[in-house]
Unconditional design. Sequence first.
Length: 267
Amino acid sequence: MLKAPYERYENLYIYAFREGHPSLRELEEPDLIGYWEEDGLGVLFFHQEKEELVEELVKRLNLTLELKDVIPYAKWNEKRVPHPFVVGPFKIAPLWEKGDFDLIFDPSVVFGEGFHPTTALMLETSWIFFQEKGLPEEVWDLGCGSGLLSLFWAKLGAKVVAVDVNPLCIKVTKRNLELNGLEAEVIEGDVRKLPFFGGELILANLYKGLLLELFNIPSFFTSKYYLLSGFTTGMEEEILQALRDKPVKIEKRLEKENWVCYQLCLS
Ligand SMILES: C[S@@+](CC[C@H](N)C(=O)[O-])C[C@H]1O[C@@H](n2cnc3c(N)ncnc32)[C@H](O)[C@@H]1O
């Protein structure tokens, strides 16, 4: 996340450790962007090179450095450079842009700067959903990333619950809500281990394997509506097959650059 004196991201200095370590979560360092944990890796992102610090951490915490790299921010996230965009009535922009915006956010280094086709589809379908059906009682954002979808729904006035397994996504989402004077419940955790699924509308822009796992959790299909994305046209048959015996029907299908988004409702 951006904190003074940094006002934008230039280069990302990346250090990935096998398994990570709980102490890395508590690391305080002026040049630190954040600590990310996913798929058996703990990853530190800095604005500056941190060889000495990393060496010291490796020794003190008995870490294994798997990878280090430096990447210009403009090449991060498949070169999707964050910039202003519009969804429905809202002008949305990264916090470093000057201008009059309805929502500002720090995209940080997590997923969700707004331009991946799946995020764009989820936002577009959210706006269509709102126009057609109004405000759901509660919206659950599974895999919230930077929190863009949560911001969008919270701005529309919905009660929002956001979940992500990556601790950096949790910090970034909380910060982004704060930046806009919005509120939501933000939970760090694996969506497969949630004690229950709530909300009238569930948003799930996740990868295909995880969607398939969620479909097999009986309590997943107890909400009224679902917006799903994170799968391509090539994966669609498998998704359709998995939904065949589930108590839902597809109300809407949108496609963008080979990525697909479904709006489902309980049948
Ligand atoms: C494709 S991104 C979507 C981000 C955002 N919702 C959007 O539409 O731009 C998927 C997110 O799911 C999170 N994620 C992956 N596996 C997860 C799991 N098992 N439980 C919770 N979150 C998970 C990732 O950390 C990532 O932030």
